[in-house]
Write a protein of this length. Sequence first.
Length: 404
Amino acid sequence: MMVLQILLFILMLGILIALHELGHFLAAKAFNVYVFEFAVGMGPKVIQKKGKETKYTLRLLPVGGYVAMLGEQEDVPEDVVVTEDMKVRSLKSINRGKKAVIMSAGIIVNLLLGLVIFALGNLATTQTQLTTALNVNATSVAYDAGLRDGNRLHFVEVVLDGGVLQSFGTATISSQSDKTYYVLFQPKTFADLTFGEQNIMLIDQTVTSIYQSEKVYKIAAEDEVTLNFSYLVGESEEGFIKNDVTLTLTAIAEGETYVLPNFGLTLSKYEFHYSFTEAMNQTGKDFITSVTAVARGLASLFTPSGIGNVSGPVGIFTQVSGALVNFGIGQYLFYWGLISVNLALFNLLPFPGLDGWHLVVTAFEAATRKEINPKIKNIVSTIGLILLLGLSFVILLKDIIGLF
């Protein structure tokens, strides 16, 4: 099963990268720019096929790709002799507007692809929605506190930088008496919607951003946690009666960690399908949510805790494969739409080696009507690529360490 998930992940990631590079390639061909190589992946060649003028290459590492065009760099492949006819098809020979289109084509493709994936997930899959209605175990502390089947939890939205938390109560901890925490219900799978153990998360109320992972409290041995939350009794919103309840729970061991015990509550869920109009509306919401989340996430890279908020291929695989197994194909597709948007906005960053850098250079040259020395551009791009590879390695190590 794990092998199949890995292969599926590599295939899906390869498709996103291939379509990104295909955007650059088709735009270059549309403007008659000579393309030496269309490559998916980085590192050693696995497969290569020579077309009329372009080499199509699949490389070993599914972490990128490129379209090598005449005029993009000073060097040309050793097996290519640049003729006078080819020179007029150089990237340098077209106007900067067309050059900007070529450089941004991959970004545009990934944004459109994200929309398509969101639409597919909303149109073609069964949606699962959680309700606030509860099932209550008759032998639990929650039942003893007065909760019954059909009661509803009262959730409160906590607006933070980068997103919104859905908190159903507050908590104090015996070892942290000077602090108060938001209590979140974070189910790891639709198959287990019970309140307790790994499904409960405590976050310090001083949190200001969803990226402050250090604000999540790790429950310790012998912690006594006092939960304060409200539940609603009644048949309709107009007739709900709000009741407050307090539960005191003692941490229990779960493997090498400590968690809160199950306190007898389980959320209800139901399944449905969107109509076409509903699916399109939800697709728009998914797209806007993803663009906003990714933009804020990229901005957090430039904060002291930035690296801690970023995942590489290993971390992304863990999240995506978990979504497929635990939440179904709809959530799985949502993640891939999000990843496609992520690829687009990441490449838009004005960092040497990325598409955004080439767009900035093109805009600068257009504004000044002067071309930057090609050797300087190549040196800066090479340094940027080395830094990106170094950053990727650091993130990879972080993700691997996080598995243990």
